[in-house]
Design a protein around this ligand. Structure first.
Ligand code: NAP
Length: 255
């Protein structure tokens, strides 16, 4: 699919990588419905995209909320006269060990269920809901070809302190393969990008000493830019023979 023909939803579009992906797609002439919980970020994104060649509309959406996602996909479908793309990018981290011993009291505390569930809800269930809603419409209307890009993470290989995030991101890469097999007959491709450490507000929130330690463990010695991650997204959209696989863009880092 040519980038300029992409008419799709980008979740988590208000910030970081999702914001970059949305602007790069609109710059290429695509139609993008940017969805996010961050209304302020969406408003400034719409402003930034106003004079670009394509079209950008915004939807305040919590991807883990079924009614929100039904409204998003229905609304974007109507606004663009159909959809042929989706980038499942919205994600959060709520890091913590499975169990932790308090140094002072010696008490052993487990990860609260809420901390586990929130990450699964946004990173995995959110992608499931968006994909299901888009695919249902494409299949019903026989509207293929279409392309879905999931954003996983190299944490999918198992990152200490991220049991919840690793579970969600590994499952997303696994479902990329399942959905690709199930949906090929409808002309729908599904690919996945697993970014390594990338400069965004998500990583800017990390402690400086942690950031330095991370960078040292990357063979290329630095974090990626959102533009370098977009190269993976672009490849998946454009290469009509690519489906079911995950591309690690990680500077050579192994966890
Ligand atoms: P980011 O800057 O934090 O952007 C994520 C956006 O998603 C934010 O605008 C966030 O809003 C929004 N969001 C959070 N929960 C949402 C929900 N329930 N529904 C809709 N939107 C929601 O993150 P990023 O670094 O660009 O990450 C983008 C994706 O790449 C994520 O899936 C992340 O897991 C993945 N990733 C990132 C890195 C990295 O190094 N940055 C590495 C590997 C994978 P709020 O700001 O209000 O929460």
């Amino acid at each position: 699919m040519k980038l300029e023909n992409f008419k799709g939803v980008v979740t988590g579009g208000a910030s970081g990588m999702g914001r970059h992906f949305s602007l790069a797609l609109v710059q290429a002439g695509a139609h993008v419905a940017a969805a996010d919980v961050n209304e302020e970020g969406l408003a400034s994104l719409a402003e930034e995209a106003r004079d670009l060649p394509g079209k950008l509309i915004t939807f305040k959406t919590d991807v883990s909320n079924e009614a929100d996602v039904i409204g998003l996909v229905g609304g974007a479908w109507e606004a663009f006269g159909g959809l042929n793309g989706l980038v499942n990018n919205a994600g959060i981290t709520r890091d913590g060990l499975l169990v932790k011993t308090d140094r002072e009291t010696g008490l052993v505390k487990g990860m609260p269920l809420k901390q586990w569930q929130q990450v699964l809800d946004v990173n995995l269930t959110g992608a499931f809901l968006c994909t299901r809603e888009l695919v249902q419409r494409v299949v019903e209307k026989k509207a293929g070809p279409a392309v879905i890009v999931n954003i996983s993470s190299i944490s999918r290989y198992g990152n200490m302190g991220q049991g919840n995030y690793t579970a969600a991101k590994a499952a997303l890469a696994a479902d990329t393969e399942v959905w690709a097999k199930e949906l090929a007959r409808y002309g729908i491709r599904v690919g996945c990008v697993a970014p390594g450490f990338t400069e965004t507000p998500m990583t800017a929130a990390m402690k400086p000493e942690m950031l330095e330690m991370m960078k040292k463990s990357i063979p290329l010695g630095r974090a990626a830019s959102p533009g370098e991650q977009f190269m993976g997204v672009k490849f998946i959209i454009e290469c009509d023979f690519f489906t079911g696989r995950t591309i690690d863009i990680d500077g050579g880092m192994r966890l």
